[in-house]
Each structure stands twice: as C-alpha cells, then as structure tokens.
Design a protein around this ligand. Sequence first.
Ligand SMILES: [Zn+2]
Length: 148
Amino acid sequence: MPESAKENELLPCRYCGGSEILFEENDYGHFSWGCRSCGSGGPIVRDKEVAHLASFAERELTAKTMAAERWNRRIEKDFPAARRFSKQMPTECPWFAFVDPEEPDRWIVGWMDTNHIREEGGSSYRHNDPLLTWWIPLPLVSALNSGG
Ligand SMILES: [Zn+2]
C-alpha cells in the first residue's frame, strides 16, 4: 500500500456516518482527523510524538498516518463496555480505566471528582478535556472476593 493512499483509508465518522474527514493541526500542536459534518474528531496525535523526525514534511505525514489509525480505531468493537467521555461520564463507577491521553495505546486506572478525571498519583484532566477519549468500568474487587 503506497503511503499516499493512507489518507483515503479513513473510515466514515462513527457518529454521523459522514465521509468528509479533514486533517487539522490546532494551536497546541495537536494533530487529528475530524468530521466536517458533525465536528467530532480525534483522537489526537501530539507534536511531541513526532518531534524526533527531522523534517516538517516527515512529521506531518507521520502525524497524519498515526491520527488516521486512531481515527479508524473502533474501540467499541474490541471493548463493548467502552464509553466515550463526550457521551457519558463515569459517574457511577468509583474506579474505571481510561485511555491514557499521554500514551493512547494503553489504559490507565482513574477516578472522577467534581471537576476532574484523575489518574491515581498522576495527571488530572478537566471533564471536558478533548484529550479524554474512552473509559471502561472496572468491576469491584469485593464482588470477586464474595464468592468465598
Ligand atoms: Zn460526523
């Protein structure tokens, strides 16, 4: 598959089914694909993820490809219990796992307070932080232990 074809492999928007998907770089150095019809976008690629590449053209191409892989990812297929922060907040789960905004290939354990999603001993993110993508409820250990 030639590099140039990768842009054309974007899946339709997971929310509205729109097929006009545009590449964006915002002022924070975040790259992402977004839907022109409904405005939903991401997950983002941060500039520091491609900072090791020498030329701007290389950084942009790599960011496009990485962002396309993330846009095309359908976490809900692999993890039917996964929910989008933008659709539903983990209000009823004392603990949950969420996709690490710093490292979008892994889950981290978090909890929520009035204004933030927090990583135990780590970063915190405002509820409307666009870096927050997916979360998944965690079962309580007490439920596992009660079997005797
Ligand atoms: Zn859309």
